[in-house]
Design a protein around this ligand. Structure first.
Ligand SMILES: NC(=O)c1ccc[n+]([C@@H]2O[C@H](COP(=O)([O-])OP(=O)(O)OC[C@H]3O[C@@H](n4cnc5c(N)ncnc54)[C@H](O)[C@@H]3O)[C@@H](O)[C@H]2O)c1
Ligand SMILES: *[C@@H]1O[C@H](CO)[C@@H](O)[C@H](O)[C@H]1NC(C)=O
Ligand SMILES: *[C@@H]1O[C@H](CO)[C@@H](O)[C@H](O)[C@H]1NC(C)=O
Ligand SMILES: *[C@@H]1O[C@H](CO)[C@@H](O)[C@H](O)[C@H]1NC(C)=O
Ligand SMILES: CC(=O)N[C@H]1CO[C@H](CO)[C@@H](O)[C@@H]1O
Length: 701
């Protein structure tokens, strides 16, 4: 487990064990530093997945070891143990805390078992002890959602025995240990408690309800079912049987593809802020306190909100009072709805909104640290704004633009500030979607990138640094997603069958449902950029424009590929046929019966292999520095299922050779849209994975 453990015995005979293992105290007690334990070291978990040879002795049997060390030795010891919890007691940390005979926590403590998020189950008794402490239904909820609870709630649930302030935590825990020893407080062994478990019949009903719900919500995942099985074992055959089954299941899940993919995503997500040649120069992010946003439209007001919610002072600039008011009411509306939903206290609301100031000129830009421009796409307007900024702002101020179509160098043409100009591409609703593409030019300074990475993290996005290309990383990789689907439909595939196959694969929605959501106007605007820039490999279908002519433009018109009722519920539409026939006529393509009979597997491959190919191009062009960054971009920006590890990782799990062969075959039959790129051809010929850590290392030199 690593880290350092200290033990000190006080005059009262109570031993204080402190394990120091920063930054999250992977499995540690740290009263002094105010952290309990962030769980098992995930690096150790991925180590366990690798060759068996590396793992020896007890470490290879953490389950048995834990049963011996924790259950047989600690839990049944004649010396009581008490967990003193401040900060996170997550995963393995909570499991150890539950072995203790009592838990004392502060109200800011966080307790949870998030293992399922990583494709595994708790491996040190968590599946058996949590239900005994909080009851079956609540334990299932905590495990299946992976959501932690705060100190107060944990206290109400019975997961902790007492809430105290941080100052008195250690003293109260010490006192509790003495009280237990003197029988002034009950001596509880969590594992053998039974008072919270319902009679067998009722318990089994709760379990089968949870099982059905998990099957519905995560149909592609095995491990939630396994978790329920393991809990059930304990309920029926007793906690010892449950512990053994947990241990065995944990070993199997650890080696599953789901776990490998989810761990990859976990590490890749942490690593997006490591950019070779930028973040390894010893630069520290400069402090950014005040941010100006130019343009209070949809985009600008969303960005403003993300910033004020996370403590930044924001100046919002508009052209006139009317537009400024409109921008303010947009921010106000979303924040107010959060207050109504109970997600934001009145007090926090007042504090948040007070950070926002509206202006109509540049007077207050003197002490601004960062400006984000979000006005309409108009080159001369943006050039003028950037020239003005150079005049009014301090020489260290960063100038960011929300543009995606206008060259950043062109925007800065009339300035001498190229090193502090950068692009920020927020994903649609900046307050919901967690991805931020940070676009650097060849002239952007490393310091500017480091500063933006820091802002990105502070406003709770996952920042990914990219170089400019049409569509940046996400839209570029995924343009074939819609185009391939359109190609299939023109040749005879069914729209709804495609969407169903894609959602079964794990995407939040299929390509047609997505077009409806985004709106045909935006979809065409984005699509046409690719048609313009990559004419040789884009598929230009007339289906969407034809539907637009008939005032079908997606959800906003209540009609697109689906029909929508007042609650935005989508249902298929028979009328679609006539538009498809028209589109076919224009493109001169005839129906091929086999397209009507495509299997789900065929659909997945024909829609996603071109996406993998485009991701390879993006990677080979150096738009992203790491293949793993593209994985994160797809997972966070498009909702690609994390349990498949991201687009490049998934491509590797399928195999570069197979993907290359299929694409080559289709390109002969259906045209250049499917033609694989040189990079994919090389990797396939070598039988090598798509990502090449070696090349990534070289690019650092
Ligand atoms: N919001 C989206 O969903 C979306 C989608 C695609 C592209 N974009 C891009 O985002 C940017 C803004 O889009 P939007 O939808 O927010 O547009 P919008 O029209 O809603 O907002 C632009 C705002 O900028 C203001 N503005 C114009 N000139 C200004 C100036 N000199 N000083 C201060 N304010 C000025 C306008 O009054 C307007 O309110 C554009 O680059 C656009 O292409 C946004
Ligand atoms: C708001 O709170 C509800 C329930 O309290 C929760 O389900 C939801 O995820 C929260 N939304 C946000 C954006 O925090
Ligand atoms: C672009 O902005 C310039 C300068 O503000 C303005 O004169 C021009 O009319 C705008 N062009 C369009 C197409 O809106
Ligand atoms: C990015 O590159 C494309 C194509 O090379 C170009 O048209 C566009 O203006 C550039 N955008 C930015 C933001 O630099
Ligand atoms: C053109 C561009 O980059 N626009 C983005 C600006 O940010 C909003 C989110 O607030 C995105 O929806 C736009 O795509």
């Amino acid at each position: 487990m690593g880290g350092r453990t200290t033990i000190s015995v006080g005059s009262d005979g109570v031993a204080i064990i402190t394990i120091i293992n920063p930054p999250v105290n992977s499995l540690s007690f740290d009263g002094a530093k105010g952290k309990f334990c962030g769980g098992f070291d995930l690096n150790a978990i991925s180590g366990l997945q690798e060759s068996k040879a590396k793992v020896t002795g007890l470490a290879s049997k953490p389950g048995y070891a834990s049963i011996r060390a924790l259950s047989d030795t600690m839990e049944t010891s004649r010396k009581p143990s008490v967990a003193a919890i401040d900060g996170p007691a997550i995963g393995g940390g909570l499991e150890v805390a539950m072995v203790c005979n009592a838990r004392i926590a502060t109200s800011s403590a966080q307790l949870g078992l998030p293992e399922l998020q990583l494709g595994i189950i708790p491996g040190v008794g968590g599946t058996q002890r949590l239900p005994q402490l909080v009851g079956l239904a609540k334990a299932l909820e905590m495990l299946l959602t992976s959501k932690p609870v705060h100190g107060e709630e944990a206290h109400k649930l019975g997961l902790v025995d007492d809430i105290v302030s941080g100052d008195e935590l250690l003293e109260k825990a010490r006192q509790r240990a003495l009280d237990i020893l003197a029988h002034r407080k009950p001596w509880v062994s969590s594992l053998y408690r039974t008072d919270k478990i319902k009679p067998l019949g009722e318990a089994l009903a709760i379990l089968s309800f949870a099982r059905a719900q998990a099957r519905r919500q995560t149909p592609n995942l095995q491990h939630p079912q396994v978790c329920i099985d393991v809990i059930e074992e304990g309920v029926i055959l007793g906690p010892r049987a449950g512990l053994l089954k947990e241990y065995e299941a944990f070993q199997v899940l650890l080696k599953s593809d789901t776990c490998k993919s989810l761990l990859h995503v976990y590490f890749a997500q942490c690593a997006t802020t490591k950019v070779p040649g930028v973040t390894d120069l010893g630069l520290k992010p400069r402090q950014i306190k005040k941010v100006a946003i130019i343009g209070g439209g949809l985009t600008g007001s969303r960005i403003a909100m993300a910033l004020i919610l996370n403590g930044y002072q924001v100046v919002l600039k508009e052209v006139n009072q009317k537009f400024l008011d409109a921008g303010f009411s947009r921010v106000n509306a979303i924040l107010t709805s959060r207050v109504k939903k109970g997600n934001l206290t009145r007090e926090k609301f007042e504090k948040t909104i007070s950070r926002l100031k509206g202006v109509l000129d540049y007077e207050s830009f003197k002490d601004v640290d960062l400006v984000i421009e979000a006005v309409i796409e108009n080159v001369s307007l943006k050039q003028q704004i950037f020239a003005d900024l150079e005049k009014y702002c301090s020489p260290n101020c960063i100038f960011a633009s929300n543009t995606s179509t206008i060259d950043l160098n062109l925007i800065g043409e009339k300035t001498k500030s190229h090193d502090r100009i950068i692009g920020t591409h927020f994903f649609s609703a900046a307050h919901v979607m967690p991805l931020l593409e940070i676009v650097r030019t060849s002239k952007t300074s490393p310091q500017t990138v480091v500063d933006l990475l820091d802002v990105g993290k502070k406003i709770r996005t996952i920042p990914v640094v990219v170089k400019n290309c049409t569509g940046f990383a996400v839209n570029r990789m995924f343009f074939p997603y819609t185009q391939s689907a359109l190609l299939l439909v023109e040749r005879g595939a069914n729209i709804y069958k495609i969407d169903r196959a894609i959602t079964k694969f794990g995407m939040p929605m299929g390509p047609f449902r997505l077009c409806d959501l985004v709106g045909f106007g935006v979809a065409v605007a984005i699509g046409s950029q690719f048609v313009l820039n990559f004419p040789e490999r884009t598929y230009k279908s007339m289906l969407i424009p034809i539907m637009q002519e008939d005032k079908r433009a997606g959800e906003t018109t209540q009609k697109g590929f689906y029909l929508y009722n007042d609650k935005c519920k989508a249902s298929p539409d028979r009328e679609i046929k006539k538009y498809i026939e028209k589109a076919r006529e224009i493109s001169g393509i005839s129906v091929e019966p086999k397209f009507g009979k495509l299997s789900d597997k065929d659909i997945i491959e024909m829609v996603f292999f071109p996406v993998v190919d485009e991701a390879c191009r993006v990677y080979a062009e150096g738009v992203a520095v790491k293949a793993a960054d593209l994985d994160i971009a797809g997972v966070m920006g498009m909702g690609f299922p994390p349990y498949r590890g991201g687009i490049m990782f998934w491509g590797d799990s399928v195999g570069s050779k197979y993907i290359y062969e299929r694409l080559s075959e289709w390109s002969k039959m259906y045209g250049k849209f499917f033609k694989p790129c040189d990079y994919l051809a090389q990797r396939a010929a070598l039988g090598a994975p798509l990502s090449s850590p070696l090349d990534e290392a070289k690019s650092r030199l």
